[in-house]
Design a protein around this ligand. Sequence first.
Ligand SMILES: Cc1cc2nc3c(=O)[nH]c(=O)nc-3n(C[C@H](O)[C@H](O)[C@H](O)COP(=O)(O)O)c2cc1C
Ligand code: SF4
Length: 451
Amino acid sequence: MGRKLLLEHINVPDIHTLAVYRQQGGYRAVEKALKSMSPEDVLEEVKKSGLRGRGGAGFPTGLKWSFLAKPEGVPRYLVCNADESEPGTFKDRYLMTHIPHILIEGMIVSSYALGAHTSYIYVRGEMMPQIRILEKAIAEAKAAGLLGQNILGSGYSLELYVQPGGGAYICGEETALLESLEGKRGNPRIKPPFPAVSGLYGCPTVVNNVESIAATVPIINDGGEEYAKIGIDRSTGTKLISASGNINKPGVYEIELGVPVEEFIYSDEYCGGIANGKRLKALVAGGSSVPILPANLVAKTLTGGDRLMTYESLADGGFQSGTMLGSGGFIVFDEDQCIVRNTWNFTRFYRHESCGQCSPCREGTGWMENILHKIEHGQGSMEDIDLLWNIQRNIEGNTICPLGDAAAWPVAAAIRHFRDEFEWHITHREEAQQHNYGLAHYADPLEPVAQ
Ligand SMILES: Cc1cc2nc3c(=O)[nH]c(=O)nc-3n(C[C@H](O)[C@H](O)[C@H](O)COP(=O)(O)O)c2cc1C
Ligand code: SF4
């Protein structure tokens, strides 16, 4: 069994309450940080831990914090990104639902390190149950003197607010999120300036994912060096993975980074193998935005090494034969899945969610969707495959925010690895017109939450 740092107490009844969370050792990190460490000490531990952002890009958290500008007399903000709208990703929702206090504790510790006295948790607008759970937990923490003025008599003060999101995937992009938090339409900003210099209300701001912020709790409790002992290479610590698709046990799992991908798919500790005794066809390892991996590249990299659940190993081979850990949205496709249909489905999502500021993304996602629809429905031509390839090439790297890349990469990888399937839809028009199956189910398989 791998070590659990975030989900260790997930099965303890009423762990969502302050009383039970504290019985299990909760808020020790706040006591330790505020009473015996300076903000710089906390930053140092996070740096030592090697923690990398769990929102998708994997940027080192300590380094990001060290970029925060500190002009005199200007407030600094910490904003937690709990927008979580990437198809196939539902880990942050799970954590907030079941252990909201680990996020609040992480917010206090992280805000202290950054010198922020007002912080926000920006939660996807559709997640009303989680918004209520967090508000209740914040009220409990405040009543216990863990938030507000002079926390635990330390002299440090913090106000923490929950902000319901604007209801669009793009609001998860950090600068769009800040616009939305300021009450405007969630359009990404042109960078630079980066949020560390000019973020919320033009002030220095750090935006971090829910899981990144929660991970500061075990880092402060046990020390950054202990945290860094888990994992491999520059992939330290544990990671929450939301597993869905054609597997026996969909759900959220905490893994030690470095577990072999095959072990994650087939062992009973995690996904429990492919459902209905089918064979594996392909894998999307990090949410809908990352390149799809065909089965022959899932167990081994092209150079013959075991494919591991780490940032480096999943990316081994670049986009020719690798992918990304991304947000940890792990979608498994069995042999019955239609890659063209699934790619069309992803692309429909990106077309719908494009904010429309840049023409390659605004127009290109629509063109890609139309062409994929044509091919999937047996009305495409061989030239359409090349056209599709050219469109995605012209989107990638030519947009204000990474949503353009996120729309382009899945299309590129689908053509790269499954061109024969695109061609089949063109050479077997009638069969393609009739087949309407093979769409993976990657919605959140978790139970609805009592409010
Ligand atoms: C279209 C789009 C949607 C995103 N959605 C999320 C999200 O829901 N949650 C998240 O943490 N990061 C999301 N990101 C990444 C954020 O911009 C940012 O990199 C992240 O919140 C930084 O946190 P981290 O360093 O802790 O990973 C998204 C990025 C893009 C381009
Ligand atoms: S890439 Fe797309 S979503 Fe991002 S700013 Fe441009 S149009 Fe908007």
